[in-house]
Write a protein that binds this ligand. Structure first.
Ligand code: IPD
Ligand code: CA
Ligand code: CA
Ligand code: CA
Length: 271
């Protein structure tokens, strides 16, 4: 496929696939009466997966491998597929499964493309909103045809901050504790229910910042590139990378303010 080895070429392929998966999910999404069918739980009773998470990942894998049979794929539902190229696709077939299940509009198909360990292209298809966020490394981030550039951030006290909670009661108890330290210091908190959408919301200015502990790579690989290419900082604690310990995203200035607050509140800081 011509152009597929450039970030823009990977992006075109990833976008086509994410759109097809999003259309399939919209057509087959559960109604109130079918909500309880075909659900299983994974790491905890709150960690659900539906047959459509699996169907979406299968479709995405088939489409990738039809064009690039030697690439590696990491997906939430089927894990790692080895390959012989230096390209790896990172797939969250539905980010925001609980929203998907309840008919709430913040869920997305998230696909990132890594070359030699670096994300060069990312797509977050927020299908129920008809919004497709895209980004290519060093080339920018877009919502549809519109180039995204983060607004200058307000100070922390006026910032609308999105967050999320990893599955598992023990972790959530700690996250709730941290939240009680954040809430009085910001404009307000939002819990959108999709890490990928939250990161794109920072790029768009729908929220000012986002933080979460316990995310997985497939949650933030594509959305992180969208936010970074829009001018936001994306990282972890103490100069570390965005990852399971902390995913933090905000325009410069606010990033540092929120970082310092979280670092001070983080109960794991001395462990
Ligand atoms: C979840 C969502 C949620 C976040 C969780 C993720 P899933 O992904 O991104 O917003 O708080 O940490 O696991 O399970 O819906 O793909
Ligand atoms: Ca999941
Ligand atoms: Ca996810
Ligand atoms: Ca998922």
């Amino acid at each position: 496929m011509p152009g597929t080895t450039t970030p823009a070429g990977f992006l075109r392929l990833a976008e086509d696939i994410a759109r097809e998966a999003g259309d399939m999910l919209l057509a087959k999404r559960p109604s109130m009466s079918t909500r309880s069918a075909d659900i299983e739980t994974k790491s905890s009773p709150t960690d659900v997966v539906t047959v459509l998470d699996r169907a979406s990942e299968q479709l995405i894998r088939e489409r990738i491998l039809a064009v690039r049979p030697g690439d590696r794929i990491l997906g939430e539902e089927e894990g790692d597929r080895p390959g012989e190229t230096d390209v790896r696709w990172v797939v969250d077939p539905i980010d925001g499964t609980v929203n998907f299940l309840y008919g709430l509009p913040d869920w997305a198909v998230s696909i990132a493309v890594e070359v030699r360990g670096r994300v060069v292209a990312g797509v977050v298809n927020v299908a129920p909103r008809g919004e497709v966020f895209t980004a290519a490394l060093d080339e920018g981030a877009w919502l549809g045809g519109e180039r995204l550039r983060c607004d200058p951030a307000p100070p922390l006290g006026q910032a609308l901050v999105a967050t999320g909670f990893a599955y598992g009661a023990a972790r959530r108890a700690v996250q709730a504790e941290v939240l009680t330290g954040v809430l009085p210091r910001v404009r307000d908190i939002r819990r959108g229910g999709s890490c990928a959408v939250d990161l794109c919301s920072v790029a768009l200015g729908r929220v000012d910042a986002y933080y979460e502990r316990g995310v997985n790579y497939w949650d933030y690989a594509a959305g992180g590139l969208v936010a970074a290419e829009a001018g936001a900082r994306v990282g972890g604690l103490h100069g570390g990378p965005c990852g399971a310990e902390m995913a933090l995203c905000a325009p410069p200035g606010l990033f540092e303010e929120l970082h310092d607050l979280l670092a001070a509140l983080d109960p794991a800081r001395d462990s």
